[in-house]
Design a protein around this ligand. Sequence first.
Ligand code: CP
Length: 303
Amino acid sequence: MRNRNLISITDFNKEEYIRILDLAMTFEKQPVQDIAKGKIIATLFFEPSTRTRLSFESAANRLGAKVIGFTDAASSSTSKGESLSDTIKTVCCYADLIVMRHPLEGAARLASEVASVPIINAGDGANQHPTQCMLDLYSIRQTQYTLDNLNVAFVGDLKYGRTVHSLVEAMCHFNTTFHFISPQSLKLPSAVKMHIKEKKLKYYQYTEIQDAIPKVDILYMTRVQRERFLDIQDYEKVKNTYILEQSMLVDCKSNLKILHPLPRVNEINTNVDTTSQAYYFQQAQNGVYVRQALIAAILGLKQ
Ligand code: CP
């Protein structure tokens, strides 16, 4: 994986997912490993982030690398009219690896076409979030002890949810049965559904979350993302459609775990946080180990 870009989850194959997850396990056992001393990682965030940026920076620090970057496009020269291509070519002079988030779909791919160092996509608009997907896979494997033959439900904004798109595509490699729960206006895009159809996997669609809960091993909740709607009234109509409450878990399977890429707004009541099914904060913690593994593999520091 040395010098490879990670733009879409489909850039890696099933064997490579497993290799990264196995490597991440070694970082969970021993988080501080000074193998990236002398390396510089740039984190370019043109869109807000808490978990992705900070876990990447935490991962880089634990590996002994130094981090440069910006957290807001307004503090970069793009605010003076500099193109993304020129920004990337410039940052390549200063860093060994670039982690970037951008509101425009395809921005990370464009960056990779002009960059002389590897690019990791930390989210491009409503398109892809492959490193979140890797930590989601890790979290699923840690809680279910397998990735194969699981029933996985996705709830909420399946249209604009980039974490959903990446995870559905990845889970197609593992004979998953999918359960989709969303408002009519936020259904999974047909381009993503195509991956399920190509593999001839089963999928079911629901309007009520309770209809799916008893059947699934993983309940992947998502936020309805206000920032993706062109018309705020469309957001208002759907923002409160699904709110998971502790009482809704009475019929769940004993192995059920609830994941959420976070941030949440109100789609998981805080009374769920203390249940044995809640796993979303551990999921965020897993992001550090997985991002350590990705940095180490892409910089060629570990196989
Ligand atoms: N999951 C995720 O991408 O969170 P942030 O937006 O806080 O990075």
